[in-house]
Design a protein around this ligand. Structure first.
Ligand code: TEU
Ligand code: CA
Length: 617
């Protein structure tokens, strides 16, 4: 509806144009760069790296939380939404960072964490002070329920919680508060009480805060677990899976009954009156394609794009990150292909391999040993050439790997520490079992400091880093890569530049090929040609690209059944172009494609090939 009402000179397609061409870079401030030697990254550290970001070519920086916080969940527990934690700097420094980004043509997107606050936020301090407090209803308070004998047998703690939901960080999702004799709900840690979005005062306070930030010049929000804000207000018990201590409440708080209403209200109150160029992305665990279409349909005015989680759940049993299993490429293609298809006509995708909650991309989807550089580049090419807005997590553009931690005392993440305690004390697992199970997918893998150079602590800090630096910083680091044209960093520059230069990358449609091939990821992108010569950026320019990625350490043949691609122009690859070898294999010196006797395209280990042709021109 909104689309039709928009004045003809500003069609909605143009408003979305900029972020369809954009690449977002995520900074996890604690681990990015430390300026004052306290071992924790900070705003001044980020300011010192602005030229690095500009050279990479990214358009937007998403900053994980820097607000005042007790740091129970590294800043995702906020006690003052309108200030910067002294750990990270000051509001003035944030202003300097914003200006520095803007001066370099980049935007700043802030993390918006409003499903919950810190228990030290003044709103919660008031709310817990008495049952009569005007802010009592700003959170989810419930009286104890009759103790269920069967429930208390299942686990050590008395089960008087209002329902059986478990917290995402182990233990129950309810905390008893002595002062008033009631429990409050916390889907995450007990220091992250859930806000009650049913209360219109809560919503108004959040919108006012968002407007305050936009007035200060920020360019949008990444909205933390935003599809958890509408809950089934009857808060029913959830199913208890085998081997679990608690029920799964997610059916009652994911994509709840008032989600679309809340996001539309937020849009009206915060974004509708503003001129374009802002970015909104909803982090939405458990979101389905069908819901994502509704969330991101521009005509519905909710959010620009969402983060979905399906492709990062494929390498675990029943979505349990502590029970890792081998990833099947066919399933990865099936999942990402379904998201491409689902949002092809309406809505828009976010594209990511990793972030501060996920294992390192090259360790998880590639090969972080012998073929680390090849596979890191291949993964970049595959992801960025999908239709959607790509996100680069800090260190990913250097091919940084998972960390090998030793004892549980080496870990810092509350999720890991709580899980280890629960599994060893209540579930009877040994320390060694738990450590082995959590190694591949724990969040601290991606939270080790960015590796800037080969010096002590990787140039991240002059002090003692808050979490160990990966010892492979001696050879995997920015200093070694920035001036090397064949580095992972230089490859990211190329793939980002390709999106900016080539409309088929930002706007073309997507077709998955070879869905059943267990090793080769293959797809085409196309912009239909038209009689009138399409200018760059016009929806019709007749360009097609073919993208092939070998997800294995062996040579593989991609049998496309279409010889016409063999002579197409090589736009991007992750092996040095070797004209001699091409000639030896019977190709022309100009042809980049190695062919098998049967006419398939032959890919070397972890090879990426991006071919282009301008048909219809
Ligand atoms: O994450 C929400 C989320 O669902 C995760 O990916 C989270 O890591 C997982 O549930 C744990 O198993 C967001 C933030 O990105 C994360 O860092 C926060 O810890 C969380 O919300 C709470 O704010
Ligand atoms: Ca610091």
């Amino acid at each position: 509806m909104t689309v039709e009402q928009a004045p003809a000179e500003t069609p909605k397609a143009t408003a979305r144009d900029w972020f369809q061409r954009a690449v977002v870079y995520q900074i996890y401030p604690r681990s990015f760069a430390d300026s004052n030697g306290d071992g924790i990254g900070d705003l001044r550290g980020i300011i010192s790296k602005l030229d690095y970001l500009q050279r990479l070519g990214v358009d937007v920086v998403w900053l994980s939380p820097i607000y005042t916080s007790p740091q129970d969940d590294n800043g995702y527990d906020i006690s003052d939404y309108r200030n910067v934690d002294p750990l990270f700097g000051t509001l003035e420094e944030l202003r300097e960072l914003t200006d520095g980004l803007h001066a370099r043509g980049m935007k700043l997107v802030m993390d918006l964490v409003v499903n919950h606050t810190s228990d030290e936020h003044p709103w919660f301090v008031e709310s817990r002070s008495s049952k009569e407090n005007p802010k009592r209803d700003w959170y989810w308070w419930r009286p104890p329920r009759e103790v269920d004998a069967r429930a208390s047998q299942r686990r050590a703690a008395a089960a008087a919680e209002p329902n059986n939901w478990g917290s995402a960080f182990s233990g129950p999702a309810w905390e008893f508060d002595q002062a008033t004799g009631e429990y409050y709900l916390h889907i995450f840690s007990k220091k992250q009480p859930d806000l009650n979005w049913e209360n219109p005062e809560v919503r108004a306070a959040v919108y006012e805060m968002m407007n305050w930030w936009l007035d200060r010049g920020v360019d949008g929000f990444r909205m933390d677990v935003i599809n958890f804000i509408s809950k089934d207000i009857s808060l029913p018990d959830g199913p208890v899976a085998d081997g679990k201590l608690f029920g799964d409440g997610s059916p009652f708080y994911i994509d709840g009954p008032r989600m679309h209403e809340f996001l539309q209200e937020m849009h009206r109150e915060v974004f509708a009156s503003r001129t374009g160029g802002l970015l909104t992305v909803g982090e939405m665990p458990g979101v389905t394609v069908e819901d994502a279409v509704l969330y991101t349909d521009p005509a519905r005015a909710e959010v620009d794009m969402v983060f979905q989680f399906e492709h990062v759940a494929l390498d675990q049993e029943e979505g349990d990150k502590w029970r890792p299993k081998k990833l099947l490429l066919t399933e990865l293609k099936q999942t990402l292909g379904r998201w491409q298809e689902g949002l092809a006509e309406t809505g828009w995708n976010s594209l990511y391999w990793g972030n501060h909650d996920q294992a390192r991309a090259v360790s998880r989807f590639g090969d972080d040993g012998k073929y680390r550089e090849h596979s890191a580049k291949m993964l970049a090419g595959i992801l960025h050439l999908h239709r959607g807005t790509p996100y680069v997590y800090q260190g990913e553009g250097l091919g940084m790997t998972n960390m090998t931690f030793g004892a549980i005392s080496d870990y810092r993440d509350i999720e890991v520490l709580n899980h280890h305690r629960e599994a060893t004390t209540h579930l009877g697992h040994t320390d060694a079992e738990v450590l082995a199970a959590l190694a591949p997918l724990n969040r601290d893998n991606a939270r080790t400091p960015v590796q800037w150079d080969a010096s002590r602590h990787a140039g991240f800090t002059t002090g003692a880093p808050w979490i160990a630096v990966n010892p492979n910083a001696n050879h995997i680091n920015a200093a070694a890569q920035m001036d090397d044209p064949d580095s992972v960093y230089s490859f990211y520059r190329k793939v980002i530049a390709l999106r900016h230069a080539e409309p088929v990358v930002s706007h073309g449609d997507f077709t998955m090929l070879l869905p059943d091939d267990p090793h080769v990821y293959a797809f085409t992108r196309a912009l239909a040609g038209s009689g009138s010569a399409g200018s760059p950026g016009s929806p019709a320019d007749g360009t097609q690209i073919l993208v092939l990625g070998n997800f294995s350490g062996e040579e593989r043949d991609a049998q496309l059944g279409d010889q016409t691609w063999h002579d197409a122009e090589l736009v991007l690859g992750n092996y040095p172009s070797d004209a001699g070898a091409a000639a030896r294999d019977g190709g022309s010196a100009a042809s980049a494609v190695r062919s098998s006797a049967a006419g398939a395209m032959r890919l070397r280990p972890w090879e990426l090939l991006v071919l282009r042709r301008r048909s219809g021109a």
